[in-house]
Design a protein around this ligand. Sequence first.
Ligand code: ATP
Ligand code: MG
Length: 412
Amino acid sequence: MLKEHALQVLQTLEKHGFEAYYVGGCVRDWLLGRPVHDIDICTNAHPGDVMRLFPEHVPTGLQHGTVSVKIGSFLFEVTTFRTEGEYEDFRRPSNVQFVSDLVTDLERRDFTINAMAMDSRDQLADPFHGQEDLNNRLIRAVGVPAKRFREDALRLLRAARFAAQLHFDIESDTLQAMTVTATLLDRIAVERVRDELNKLIDSATPERGCDIVVDTRLLGCFPLLDRLFETARPHVWRLVHLGTLSQKWALLCYAAAFSKEQARAVCQLLRMSKRETEEISRFVELMAELSPQWDHPHPIDWSRNLLHYGWSVCMEVDNLLQACWWKNRDRQSSVSLIAVYEAMPVKTVKELAVNGKDLQIALQKKAGEWIQHVLMYLLEQTALHQLPNTPEALVEAARKEVVRYEHQARNT
Ligand code: ATP
Ligand code: MG
C-alpha cells in the first residue's frame, strides 16, 4: 500500500525524464524483511521540478533539496541527489551541492546498508556492497570510517543504535574508528544524543548497543551516562521486557544503583520533559524502597504505594519488578497488587466523603499543608483500617489527626 503510493512518485518523475529511486532505510528494511513505515525517495530532479510536478507538496527542507510530496494520505520525502561540502562543527555540512548521479548521492550516506537505492522495477543500486554487509549482519561506514565520524559525530551513536535494532556487529575498521573518534560526541546537541539513546534502549537487542557504547567508551564525554551504561550493562537485556522508555531509563538507573537525584540528573542532562523526569525519578525512588534482588522474587505489600501513587504507577512498578525477576518471575506481586486494589473500599482521595474545603469548615482552620496530610491519612484509614467513609467519622478522625500532626510539627 505504502510502496504502491511511493511508486506513483517514481513513475511520475520518470515519465518527465528524471531518474528516481527509493533510498536508504526503506531499501535496507525491505531486504531484511522488516516492516517499513516511511519511504524516502531520491531523484536528479531539482526541488523546483518536484514542486511543479506534485502540486500537493510541503517544502520541508529546501536548503537540503527536500520536498515532501503528498500522495493519498501519505507523505514522501523527495530529495535531490546531493553531495555535502566541508563539515562545520562536526555535524552540519557548510553547504550542499546538487549532483547529477546517484552514486555520488549514495556516497554521502553513513553506512553501506543505508547506502542502497532501488528503482521502480525493484532493481537494486548497491555500489558499496550493502547487501553483502546485510547478509553478514555488519554495520560498515561508507568510505574511510574515521573521516566519516569526524564529519558528523552523530554517526557514532547511529552505528551503535543500528547494531542494537538489527542485531548486527560493527565491522572492525569501523569499530576501531569509533573508539578513536568517540570524544567528538561532545559536539553533538544532547537532544540528538537522547533521541539515539532512546532508540538504542528501545531496540530488540539493547545489550548489543550497550556493549558497543561501553567498549568504545562512546559516552566518555558524558561521565554520568558513561557510568550508567557501564554499571547497568549486566542487566540491559532486561529492557526488552519493559513497555515504556521511562521504565527502561528507570531500570537502567536501578541497575546502576543510581539515587533518585542521580536519575533526575540523567534526565536533566538529556533534556527530557518535566513529565518524563518526574516519572523516571518516581520509579527509581519506588524501586529503591522495594529493592528487588535480581531474579529472586519476594512478596510486596502494595497498600501504601497504591494509595500514595495510584493504580497505574503501581502497575508500571510491577512491570519493573517482573523485569528484575525475569528468570524466576512468578507473577505473585501482580496477583497481590490486584487483590489489594480490589479489596480497598476507597481507592482515591476523591472518593472520600469529605474534601479539603469540608475539613476547613468543620475544623475552622485556614488552608495549609495539613489538608493534604490529613486527606492521605483519612484515605489510608478508610482503605486499609475500616474507618467508615461517612462525613461524621472522617471529620472526627481528622480532628484527632490534626492535633497529632501539629504537635509533631511543633516538636521537630
Ligand atoms: P530509521 O529506521 O531510523 O528511520 P533510516 O536509515 O531511515 O532509519 P534516517 O535517519 O531516517 O534513518 O535517515 C534516512 C537515510 O539518510 C539513512 O538511511 C541514510 O542513508 C541517510 N542518513 C541519515 N542520517 C545520516 C547521517 N548522519 N550521515 C549520513 N547519512 C545519513
Ligand atoms: Mg527513516
